[in-house]
Design a protein around this ligand. Structure first.
Ligand code: NIG
Ligand code: FE
Length: 416
């Protein structure tokens, strides 16, 4: 369906089995359940007989017994870039490590070269082709990071493309400025000067242009130090922007403690994470974003400390981390399977990880992530029995119907 043509979802959707754990407020134990949509918002969840009388005059949509979840949320992607890194995949198969390739000027920097050379339309078209995969899987909100430009003009181009994707596809896009993703070649040996450029020039300009919803830093031994990350976070704070951090992917520099002091929305990756920083995350109300596709693609063996995070009560989100280097994955559902299989998340945790907790990792908890009365209508009808099937099938489930931003955005027949 062309987003501009999608019919409104207003009316009473009935004959549904809704995911009770994600109803907000909790819905009575009636089944089948109905969801009432009015003016593009969820206005009612409950028994069809108890629906407010105003729905009598609105259309009825028979859900045919479908299982219903909130629209999915992918809270960590690097969706906009040019080129690919299939050649580096081949090098890794021949024995090179991700860090070796990065230190030799490949890795993120090879995507930066391709991206700088691409115009806005080329970047837009490539990202729009990729985005279709997320939309077909029932994703209703997606975070898109910059970070393959590493200069003002190209970072701006990436963020503009991200904004445009949201406008043209009727999907909620949250932009994250990741200028501190890697050290660009022209700053080799001058990391502090580059961080200055990010914090004092790029971020304030892009924020003033309304292109930045949040700010991220790659804090790791092949990227930026804790002190450098702090300068970027201070600049974000001065602009009133929330922060998040790529942390603990290859090494633990202790950046999560800094992120907690800055009340970060999330820390992401977290394969290497200390007990002290887990407590700091909990105390700061941060979300732990797990990225099992990157773990899988790098053949990592050191899983994040899931049990300790769970025991501390840190909310766990699951995201694709789509990027051309470490996570060339075009499926959030596959990342869900990997979170279960590789990280041993339970079915309910996986589902909360791509809905309630993912929304919170983006600061979108008031509009996304639950079947919440008053929230914009974002929900998915699946031809599945339960959440277990969402995590269980590898590469198969497709929604029957996706209601996104109050419109019927996809039906199974056009999900291909
Ligand atoms: O999330 N960790 C840093 N950034 C990406 C990798 C980006 C790339 O290799 O192009 C990640 O894994
Ligand atoms: Fe990432």
């Amino acid at each position: 369906v062309n987003a501009a043509m999608a019919p409104p979802a207003d009316g009473l959707w009935h004959n549904l089995r809704v995911e009770r754990a994600l109803c907000d407020p909790p819905c009575a134990a009636t089944e089948p359940t109905a969801i009432g949509v009015r003016d593009g918002r969820i206005a009612y969840v409950g028994a069809i007989d108890a629906a407010p009388p105003e729905f009598a005059a609105l259309p009825r949509h028979d859900g045919g017994g479908a299982y219903v979840t909130p629209g999915l949320v992918d809270c960590h992607t690097h969706l906009v870039y040019a080129g690919d890194r299939a050649h580096e995949f081949a090098e890794r198969l021949a024995g090179a490590s991700y860090a070796d390739i990065a230190r030799a000027g490949g890795g993120i920097l090879s995507t930066v070269r391709a991206t700088r050379a691409a115009d806005e339309e080329t970047l837009y078209q490539a990202a729009a082709r990729r985005l279709r995969h997320w939309l077909a899987e029932g994703v209703c909100a997606i975070e898109i990071k910059s970070g393959y430009g590493l200069d003002l003009a190209t970072e701006r181009r990436l963020l503009r493309v991200a904004r445009r994707l949201g406008d043209t596809h009727h999907v909620t896009v949250r932009t994250t400025f990741l200028g501190a993703h890697a050290l660009p070649a022209e700053f080799a040996g001058r990391a502090d000067a580059y961080v200055d450029r990010v914090a004092r020039e790029m971020l304030p300009v892009l924020a003033a242009e309304g292109l930045v919803d949040a700010v991220d830093v790659f804090c790791d031994d092949i990227a930026f130090s804790v002190a450098q990350s702090e300068r970027v976070f201070d600049a974000a704070a001065a602009l009133g922007l929330r922060v998040k951090m790529h942390a603990g992917q290859l090494s633990d520099l202790g950046g999560v403690g800094l992120a907690a002091r800055h009340r970060a929305l999330s820390a992401d990756h977290l394969e290497h994470l200390s007990a002290r920083d887990i407590d700091a995350m909990r105390d700061a109300g941060m979300v732990a974003v797990l990225l099992p596709a990157a773990f899988y693609a790098l053949r990592d063996t050191h899983a994040p400390p899931i049990d300790a995070l769970r025991a501390a009560g840190v909310p766990l989100a699951v995201a694709s981390d789509h990027n051309p280097g470490t996570a060339p994955v075009l499926s959030l559902l596959l990342a869900m399977n990997m979170a279960a299989t590789l990280f041993r998340l339970g079915v309910d945790e996986v589902l909360a990880g791509v809905t309630r907790h993912a929304a919170r990792a983006l600061g979108l908890e008031s509009t996304h992530g639950t079947l919440g009365v008053g929230k914009p209508a974002n929900f998915v009808l699946w031809d599945l029995q339960s959440a277990a099937e969402l995590a269980y099938w590898i590469g198969a489930p497709r929604p029957r119907i996706v209601v996104r931003q109050g419109t019927i955005a996809h039906r199974a027949a056009d999900a291909t």
